[in-house]
Design a protein around this ligand. Structure first.
Ligand code: PEP
Ligand code: MN
Length: 450
């Protein structure tokens, strides 16, 4: 296979010579430049050795030795940066990971869509309401959701506000995790109230008890605590969409002699910005982080091969996570040829299923929603197809929240279109609520016997 030639030497701003999709147009470039300069001086959100640790875990997951759970909001909002909401999101991810650990009998790598998921790709640059056309809402790092010209004007200062909230979020998550909040000996610390009133209560408690018993047994027989269980590792991710923001937090680390994007552990490239000759691919080929790449129904064999050759020319383990999001209807047709195309490159990849983005539809009342059954169907098909093709599906990617929202239909409580209006809070894509998220983890644990 030919490697694509790179005429431009890579540096953190080399993407600027390529077409950059999904970027806001700022009225005053000098203000933006000032903000980027300030962000470049501020301390990083994460550090390179954490990124390298995650890369090792992903390499292990590529070999079938671990399983990755990635989840969080479609977009974080600045208003949601509060202790209760962050703790609840962490709790649901921990609970899901416990269920997965129990079902899959493999260490679970936890990656939150958190601490920086503030920029969104949109299908149109503008939005029209009642004959008025304004720039679309591109996420809290860019502009404001209200439908007035002032609120929709891209504001570079928001990048600093987003950086600060990312810092506040990760600071709180680190403190909780380090303080024993996530200790597997004490899952009651991260109990969510709802479990007590949920149809899933008995099944969840059975899993918790069985893990506690297993821990007690191992500790009693080995006469020492299992240290790995005292503390879990937790990583962050967001879509690496806003390239000025990503560039500003990208630093050369002497110790590793490589460039790292220190705004998050694992950025990903969305479907809409994965053009081979585009600015995003140019930016991401130069950093050492593990990188997610979303692959949807329009991804061709040549395209995915070109992406792997450009972004991972040395076939580095742990570097690439291919997040397929085909939709329950398309997956049987689309996934097998993609697996074959990737196999032909020899590049190690972690296969991950995002059963959310290919299954979005509009409810009878006009709200964006997703049906729980379609999500489960896409997951079931993914596990089956990978098994048939001899590849390991080593991760899942969900949009979820630790709260009791009504954005997706179905699940144990059988939410219908009529329930959606009750607690529909997302500004963007519909999320699984805590109960639907936990149920999904249980379905996976059952689906994928070790
Ligand atoms: C997302 O993950 O929120 C998203 C926009 O995904 P995709 O690029 O797969 O459509
Ligand atoms: Mn989304």
């Amino acid at each position: 296979m030919t490697r694509s030639p790179h005429l431009v030497e890579w540096h953190p701003a080399s993407w600027q010579s390529k077409p950059a999709a999904q970027q806001p147009t700022y009225a005053d470039k000098a203000v933006l430049d000032g903000v980027v300069a300030e962000l470049s001086r501020l301390p990083p959100i994460v550090v390179s050795w954490e990124i390298e640790a995650l890369k090792e875990h992903i390499a292990a997951a590529q070999r079938g030795e671990r399983f990755v759970l990635q989840g969080g909001d479609c977009a974080e909002s600045f208003d949601d940066c509060e202790s209760d909401k962050i703790a609840k999101k962490l709790k649901i991810l921990l609970q899901m990971s416990l269920v997965l650990l129990h079902g899959l009998k493999k260490p679970i790598v936890r990656v939150g869509r958190m601490a920086g998921q503030y920029a969104k790709p949109r299908s149109a640059d503008t939005e029209t309401r009642d004959g008025v056309t304004l720039p679309c809402y591109r996420g809290a790092n860019v502009n404001r959701p209200g439908f007035t010209a002032v609120e929709r004007e891209p504001d570079p200062q928001l990048l600093l506000r987003g950086y600060e909230r990312a810092g506040l979020t990760i600071n709180f998550v680190r403190a909780l995790v380090d303080g024993g909040f996530a200790d597997l000996h004490h899952p009651e610390y991260w109990d969510l109230d709802f479990v007590r009133h949920s149809p899933l209560k008995a099944a969840y408690e059975k899993i918790v008890h069985s893990i506690s018993d297993a821990l007690d047994f191992f500790e009693a027989t080995s006469r020492r605590p299992i240290h790995e269980m005292n503390r879990v590792e937790f990583y962050t991710s967001h879509e690496g969409l806003h390239l000025h923001y990503e560039q500003a937090q990208t630093r050369f680390i002497e110790r590793q002699q490589r460039w790292y994007n220190l705004s998050t552990h694992m950025p990903w490239i969305g479907m809409r910005t994965a053009a081979l000759d585009g600015a995003h691919v140019e930016f991401f080929r130069g950093i050492a982080n593990p990188l997610g790449i979303k692959v949807g129904p329009s991804m061709s064999a040549e395209w995915v091969q070109g992406l792997l050759a450009t972004i991972n020319p040395n076939n580095e383990p742990g570097r690439i996570v291919l997040i397929h999001r085909m939709g329950a209807k398309e997956i049987d047709k689309r996934l097998p040829p993609l697996i074959q195309a990737v196999r032909a490159t020899g590049s190690p990849v972690l296969w991950m299923c995002d059963p959310m983005h290919g299954n979005t539809e509009t409810s009878s009342s006009g709200l964006k929603t997703r049906r729980f059954d379609n999500i489960v169907n896409e997951l079931e098909s993914s596990f089956r197809i990978h098994r048939e093709m001899g590849t390991w599906l080593g991760g899942v990617h969900f949009e979820l929240t630790g709260e009791d929202v009504t954005e997706c239909t179905g699940g144990a409580r059988g939410l219908t279109d009529a329930d959606l209006a009750r607690a529909y809070k997302s500004q963007v894509d519909p999320r699984l609520n805590y109960e639907q998220a936990l149920e999904l983890a249980m379905r996976i644990a059952g689906l994928h016997p070790p």
